[in-house]
Design a binder for this molecule. Structure first.
Ligand SMILES: Cc1cc2nc3c(=O)[nH]c(=O)nc-3n(C[C@H](O)[C@H](O)[C@H](O)COP(=O)(O)OP(=O)(O)OC[C@H]3O[C@@H](n4cnc5c(N)ncnc54)[C@H](O)[C@@H]3O)c2cc1C
Ligand code: SF4
Length: 485
């Protein structure tokens, strides 16, 4: 283990500097809108036609029993609604806030499809679980009996946390190792606080810690501790490390100051909201205040960047995307939100290079603009998606003081980083794992979440974590039986 870094056994869930503010805000909200929120949830729930063909449920990755908990909410049976909702979802209040419902449950609501506007399923799910927390209905983790087997989980993101919750409830000893100082993964340091308040995540961390999960923070596996050390310390290991290698651009001038990676920009902003000292934010390097901001990319990360920049007081915020609106990967709802907030989308454009202080494209000094190519949509590729094509001679300069690259994420090369032989990966570098169980090519080693799927969604990470924990429990049950023979 490296000597210069202390592994921190921390009280992660109690580290919530935002808590008081957030609670004060919620109290204000409840005072003004509390009754209205309850009425709204009941009113929306009553709109469910109980159609009998619950496409919403089928298209929810957790197959939440949506029609039944909507009915219970409409009838005022909130506690039952909560019990039903949490039976299939480890973090319903988180999914209710940040699932792209327009692509999942709500997009497949038959009322939406008949043109009458979806039942707002996500908001109801959030409301039910927020109420459960307020009313003290959320049960602490208290296993009926302790088991001697232990599981090591690498990564405290939603996949690792969901698995930890399930395993701990069965009495398994669980230790989570994470390289960050706080748990939550992208829930904490990726997704902005205006979409997911940080105290909501920290409350879950506290619940897990209170339920007996051990967190070893500031522990970068492969550096501070070897994978084999973790493997030999536990009966099973779950790899839930997410994907963090940012895709990059190759273009003249890309090395100029003020051209930054989305994950660094968002992490700095989230750290600031915890009250941390963030030198790159304070120096202005990762702060959009007063700047002309250009974000490159059309996914959800790009949407989070543009909306964060608006909140930081940017002078202007523009988003370049190489396809058109209909073909962008990000949620249409997020685009609409961003537009309402003042973001300008420049469709069918791609960066060709960057200009520096003196209008040069040497890549030195602060960036002053993006050289933008105009594109059109051409023939479809093998997947049927139309490929962007360059319109020759139509380039122009978009002025900018801060350029944020939000081009997506790839997995780190875990076998090489960790020096693990026999851990098979796919040709995309994600860990090869069995569908439904998460079993990898190494005995007793499982994998879940983005490191298996590639950059995906929180709800899928939760689903994977739950599935893996069921498979691990089965294996531990079997090995216990073998040991007893
Ligand atoms: C900016 C952004 C916004 C997003 N917004 C949404 C959204 O609105 N809705 C949605 O559903 N999804 C969203 N996503 C996607 C979602 O956050 C991910 O799909 C989800 O968090 C994946 O969960 P995970 O547990 O697999 O990984 P992560 O959440 O990435 O967690 C992985 C954890 O592993 C730790 N780790 C990694 N390597 C090591 C190591 N070597 N040693 C120790 N620890 C390690 C990391 O520190 C991290 O805490 C967003 C993603 C980003 C980047
Ligand atoms: S978990 Fe996500 S997809 Fe499923 S019902 Fe909730 S908001 Fe919809």
């Amino acid at each position: 283990m490296a000597e210069n870094k202390m592994l921190k056994f921390v009280t992660v869930g109690r580290d919530m500097p935002e808590k008081r503010d957030a609670e004060a805000r919620r109290q204000d909200f409840d005072e003004i809108y509390g009754e209205y929120a309850a009425e709204k949830a009941a009113e929306q729930s009553a709109r469910c036609s109980q159609c009998g063909v619950p496409y919403c449920q089928t298209h929810c990755p957790l197959h939440n029993n949506i029609p039944d908990w909507l009915r219970m909410t409409a009838e005022g049976r909130l506690r039952e609604a909560y019990e039903l909702s949490q039976a299939t979802n480890t973090f319903p209040e988180i999914c209710g806030r940040i699932c792209p419902q327009d692509r999942l449950c709500e997009g497949n609501c038959v009322i939406e499809q008949s043109g009458h506007g979806t039942v707002t399923i996500g908001s109801v799910e959030k409301y039910i679980t927020d109420t459960a927390w307020e009313q003290g209905w959320v049960a602490p983790i208290r296993p009926a009996q302790e088991r001697k087997e232990s599981v090591g989980i690498i990564g405290a993101g939603p996949a690792g946390l969901a698995a930890a919750d399930m395993l701990r409830r069965e009495g398994v000893q669980v230790t989570i190792y994470d390289r960050y100082d706080r748990g939550g993964g992208l829930l904490t340091y990726g997704i902005p606080g205006f979409k997911l308040e940080k105290d909501v995540v920290m409350k879950r961390m506290a619940q897990l810690e209170d339920g007996g999960v051990t967190f070893v923070m500031n522990c970068n596996v492969g550096e501070d501790m070897s994978f084999e050390e973790i493997r030999s310390a536990h009966d099973a290991v779950l790899i839930a490390t997410g994907v963090y290698k940012s895709r990059d651009l190759q273009a003249p001038g890309v090395g100029a100051d003020g051209i930054v990676r989305a994950i660094d920009y968002l992490t700095a902003s989230n750290r600031k909201s915890f009250g941390d000292d963030v030198a790159e934010f304070d120096s202005g390097e990762l702060n959009a205040e007063g700047k002309r901001v250009v974000v490159i990319g059309g996914g959800d990360t790009a949407m989070d960047c543009v909306r964060t920049a608006i909140r930081q007081g940017a002078e202007s915020v523009k988003c370049l995307y190489r396809r058109d609106r209909a073909n962008m990967p990000g949620s249409q709802r997020e685009v609409a939100n961003a537009e309402e907030e003042g973001v300008e989308f420049i469709w069918l454009t791609a960066p060709k290079g960057f200009t520096g202080e003196a209008g040069s494209s040497e890549g030195t000094g602060p960036v002053r603009g993006v050289v933008v190519d105009r594109m059109r949509l051409g023939a479809p590729d093998a997947t049927g998606r139309q490929m962007p094509e360059l319109i020759e001679g139509a380039d122009y300069i978009e002025e900018a003081d801060l350029v944020i690259k939000a081009l997506g994420f790839e997995p780190e090369d875990l076998p090489a980083l960790w020096g693990v032989e026999g851990l098979e990966v796919t040709r995309w570098g994600t860990v090869k794992a069995e569908f439904e169980t998460g079993r990898t090519s190494l005995p007793g080693v499982y994998a879940a979440g983005d490191i298996v799927r590639g950059a995906s969604l929180v709800v899928w990470a939760i689903r994977d974590g739950r599935d893996c924990s069921a498979a691990i429990l089965e294996e531990l049950g079997q090995s216990a039986a073998v040991a007893a023979e």
